[in-house]
Design a protein around this ligand. Sequence first.
Ligand code: BES
Ligand code: ZN
Length: 480
Amino acid sequence: ILDTKDLKIEQVVINGQEVQFCLGERQSFRGSPLEITLPVALSKKQEVVVEISYETSPQSSALQWLTPEQTSGKKHPYLFSQCQAIHCRAILPCQDTPSVKLTYSAEVSIPNDLVALMSAVRDGEAPDPADSSRKIYKFVQKVPIPCYLIALVVGALESRKIGPRTLVWSEKEQVEKSALEFSETERMLKIAEDLGGPYVWGQYDLLVLPPSFPYGGMENPCLTFVTPTLLAGDKSLSNVIAHEISHSWTGNLVTNKTWDHFWLNEGHTVYLERHICGRLFGEKFRHFHALGGWGELQNSIKTFGDTHAFTKLVVSLKDVDPDEVYSSVPYEKGFALLFYLEQLLGGPEVFLAFLKAYVKEFSYKSITTDDWKAFLYSHFKDKTDTLNQVDWNAWFFSPGLPPVKPKYDMTLTEACVDLSQRWIKAKEDDLGTFCSADLKDMSSHQLIEFLALMLVAMAAPLHPVQVGRRHTLGSRNGHR
Ligand code: BES
Ligand code: ZN
């Protein structure tokens, strides 16, 4: 039985012999089970080659088919996929669960004036013998991956080399800006290897998609997908690249066994992401973002309500579409747990050693929260008493804020708090005291934090005089 969604199945052949199949009734977001009958002649343990001829639907929930008007160049159509969490079944029949890993190879036939890329190593291109107006692109992914990491893009793509293992791909209009924006990529990869162990995927390319790409970034192996909104001009959103790079270890090597344990993917990845940015910009910067994450967690919990089941770290997705549950909670509650454990167990160095050992232990596997916890106890076997102080039940299974708040260095946050307090408390007579110099020494991250504090701290909207006339923040940070 394989998962499918909006696929038209034409024929199934097993070991060269056509067989019966039955496409079951559609089960809402899950799609339709494809039941294939094995030929009677098959013996146990015999290798089985299953060939399925099928068509996807224009409505495939994994695919966006863009018209030329929806691209930068306006001349060619564009196709891209997004499989995580359970949309791979809308591209091909598969066991659409992260508990199963597979290698893949593919051949893609497309019009001559377009380029195809996949989440794999490129393995050559050649004229399509069946049609001189088309080319065939070949791909191979030799590392076993969960099927949610299968990805495809076809468009009028160009590339530029920005590092020894990195090309940045986009339509030609974005190539130059992308190359500048993502110039830190190789430095980040080296730091990530230092933290996680060897990078096993060969190439690390970046693809800048059209604006309708629905995420900030997606860790497709060998080819991270990113939104063009990262092109801020000042590299201020490069943490997203650090994040997707980090998934090369946590997520793509060590994978959540089911989507109930999604925090294992994202919590560890945010933890690594913040260490990479910490190495580049300092420990205070890491703490600043860690605290910003705690704020995001507070916001999400407030939005859901603090008894909502989706605010639990470990969720129960039986009969629930994972896309309905998606929020900052697995990212930031997951990060908060790891950051708290870092402080409890002896600091960043000690905890990074655990993380490296964790990656080594579970690479090429899919695991649950219990597997993670058992390995934590075995790694810190001389600190069992300390670990037993942790309220595991509350961290894993209670809704709302975590039972403990970690400690954060406040240096970079204080400037944001001070300025927001001045704004909030300002009376009309004080307005002359605000000037552009207030913002001069603040990074764009601090400006964002300042604005976030204004949003949260304000019981009532600002009085018009407080946002009035020349005392605005808009011009300096236009891209926000
Ligand atoms: N893998 C996620 C994106 C995702 C998660 C897609 C679940 C579909 C289902 C990716 O690594 C991610 O976390 N992206 C974040 C950016 C990151 C810096 C927090 C995003 O897109 O917001
Ligand atoms: Zn992620």
